[in-house]
Design a protein. Structure first.
Length: 328
């Protein structure tokens, strides 16, 4: 590695540390009911618009939850994942991990509805946090009170998405390091992974796991062999378009069956299977799988609130975007 590359890596690491150091102070500025006096109908507008759009396309609910996660893990929860690329900058949404994100039209529609009532008051970052909550609730999941007051960021770089988002192939060491770098515990890693109880993926995401795990034409031995047969029926080695449910049978219902699948070695991604390779995460998986979901909804709600505080911008920093896809 050249000196220039070393300096670049050091600068990025320093930047991440700098952002994280400000996280605690800014997160304390968030509060439930932040817009009560300036835009009292805000949360109702978000809820009604989100419900209307998800009723037409329920598969957008898990996509919007995933979008909030991808936003918060890169530069904090600042709406930077919503920004379009320009001729001079490739934004986060065009990074490889984000090219499969869906639901931007929902955020845009909610933003338009809010702007019509309360112009230039509500951040896109706050809208995304609320939409993610409402999407989970609409799938029969928990609800929670979302602390608000985030401001929108002005920077969005695809390289930072690649550096900060754990891939589906991540092992437990990588996952723990990624979550700990954002101030989230190993237990919260297991809890937030439970979001995989809703949603779909593409065969291309697990092709290597099924057909060429180590480069020798083999299958990941951590997968239940009977499940491998099932997945191979759905996904040929060259299939890049077919979709598969992450939680077969209840992919549109927020519940704890994800943990039962992981316990049976039927988690779709390597990152799901990895939860069994650590005491803290494995214990949580087994407890939820064996107890029928005791406290999972409360755990998930609390973890989402904590995740929603990562690296937030508050006060006079950042901006309130007029449209979510472009910096003012």
């Amino acid at each position: 590695m050249t000196i220039l590359k070393l300096l670049s890596v050091f600068f990025l690491q320093l930047l991440c540390v700098h952002v994280f150091l400000f996280d605690g102070t800014n997160a304390q500025s968030l509060r439930v009911g932040f817009y009560n006096s300036t835009c009292p109908s805000f949360e109702e507008i978000v809820r009604n618009t989100t419900a209307r759009l998800i009723s037409r396309a329920p598969s957008l609910a898990p996509a919007l939850l995933r979008m909030h996660f991808h936003d918060c893990f890169v530069r904090g929860c600042d709406g930077s994942v919503l920004i379009n690329s320009t001729s001079g900058n490739q934004a986060e949404k065009d990074a490889i991990p984000n090219q499969s994100l869906r639901g931007f039209q929902v955020i845009d529609a909610v933003k338009t509805a809010v702007e019509n009532i309360c112009p230039s008051l509500v951040s896109c970052a706050d809208i995304l946090a609320l939409v993610a909550r409402d999407a989970v609730t609409l799938m029969n999941g928990p609800s929670w009170r979302v602390p608000l007051g985030r401001r929108d960021g002005r920077v969005s770089r695809s390289s930072e998405a690649l550096a900060n988002l754990p891939p589906p192939s991540a092992n437990i060491t990588q996952l723990k390091a990624s979550f700990r770098s954002k101030g989230l515990s190993d237990r919260e890693l297991a809890i937030l992974s439970g979001g995989h109880t809703i949603g779909i993926s593409h065969c291309s995401s697990i092709s290597n796991r099924l057909y060429n795990f180590t480069g020798q034409g083999d299958t990941d031995p951590s997968l239940d062999p009977n499940y491998v047969v099932h997945l191979k029926r759905k996904c040929s080695p060259t299939d890049t378009t077919s979709i598969i449910e992450m939680d077969p049978g209840s992919a549109r219902t927020f519940d704890t069956s994800y943990y039962t699948l992981v316990r049976k070695r039927r988690g779709l991604f390597e990152a799901d299977a990895a939860l069994l390779n650590d005491n803290a995460t494995r214990n949580y998986v087994l407890r939820q799988a064996n107890s029928g979901g005791s406290n999972f909804f409360n755990d998930f709600a609390a973890s989402m609130v904590k995740m929603g505080r990562i690296g937030v911008i508050t006060g006079n920093r950042g901006e309130i975007r007029r449209i979510c896809s472009a910096i003012n």
